[in-house]
Design a protein around this ligand. Structure first.
Ligand SMILES: [Mn+2]
Length: 321
């Protein structure tokens, strides 16, 4: 799986590893584990992200520092690796720098239909997570190099990208990998889970309460829609990122096939996250709105206002039933 990747890396020294903007557990976990692997192999590695890593994942940045990139740093890199994203625009400012400097560039990712122009792609849409792919890199090149920190980083990505091993992207092999990580890292699940999940604020629950009150069902209860507004966020002292996981509540209503949360960010537009627990492909749905993602989880933006965003989105969905 990584033969071309390793070949493409050869003869380069300074490697820039990017995780996608608004970083999640999978991209940060993969970035940390990949950066450690590259360091072990003797490369001169720097990890980058335009955005801050959220508080619950800050411990991962103690393993490998994640820096905000500058154009000068980009210019000095010999080769660039993007993790957990299939298009350069998902990685912030580097897109423009890449247009200028045309660095050799590779991706390791599990999102379908990557854009053109990469020198090497490790693109496996059936993989549960990018961390599962990075595990395979270790497996192909020396599994014993997985130490406690690497195991915890990879574990974080697999757990967060699979809803704690609940999604249908999870295979017996995914679970075997998780078991192997627990063994190699010699840690208990709750050591990581507590850091990642048990860090909610009362404000988030107040926002969740408001959001739950907005749930409505459509198309014979097959679609569930939930929303939050900027007003709700300011009333509870929360931000957009505090809505993480909210969409799973309407998704768990009996009979619901698709759940969508709309976040009305006023002048920025309406951000939506779509989740499926059926054959309906929300990646196709989101693409019609100019977004994308996976079959079971995707996102898109609508210029608003909120009512129009909901109406337009439901119209697209009806065609997919
Ligand atoms: Mn991912």
């Amino acid at each position: 799986m990584f033969k071309d990747f390793i070949k493409t890396l050869k003869n380069h020294k300074r490697v820039a590893v990017f995780s996608h903007i608004r970083p999640d557990g999978d991209c940060v976990g993969a970035q940390v584990a990949l950066s450690k692997w590259l360091t072990d192999q003797g490369y001169d590695v720097t990890a980058y992200n335009d955005d801050d890593v959220s508080d619950n994942m800050e411990w991962l940045t103690e393993i490998v520092t994640i820096n905000k990139p500058t154009e000068e740093q980009y210019r000095q890199a010999d080769i660039v690796i993007l993790v957990d994203g299939n298009a350069t625009h998902r990685f912030g400012e580097m897109k423009e720098w890449q247009d200028t400097y045309q660095k050799p560039i590779m991706i390791v990712d599990h999102h379908p239909e990557p854009e053109d122009g990469f020198d090497c792609l490790v693109s496996v849409p059936s993989a549960s997570s990018t961390c599962e792919l990075i595990y395979k890199l270790y497996e192909e090149t020396g599994i014993d190099k997985i130490d406690e920190n690497t195991a915890k980083a990879l574990y974080t990505g697999i757990i967060t990208d699979t809803g704690s091993l609940q999604f249908d992207s999870v295979t017996p092999e995914t679970v075997e990998i998780v078991a192997d990580l627990l063994r190699r890292g010699d840690f208990k699940p709750d050591e990581v889970i507590n850091k990642i999940y048990s860090n909610k604020t009362i404000n988030q629950f107040q926002l969740l309460g408001m959001a739950l009150n907005t749930i409505s069902l459509h198309e014979d209860n097959q679609f569930a829609v939930m929303h939050v507004t900027k007003e709700m966020m300011s009333a509870t002292g929360t931000t957009n990122s505090d809505t993480e996981g909210f969409v799973n509540y309407p998704l768990s209503i009996k009979g619901v096939k698709i759940a969508i949360i709309f976040k009305d960010l006023e002048e920025e537009g309406v951000k939506m996250s779509l989740r499926s627990r059926s054959d309906i492909d929300v990646n196709v749905w989101a693409r019609e709105l100019g977004g994308g993602g996976h079959k079971k989880a995707a996102g898109a933006w609508h210029k608003g206002p909120l009512k129009q965003a909901i109406a337009d989105t439901l119209d697209i969905g009806k065609k997919q039933l």
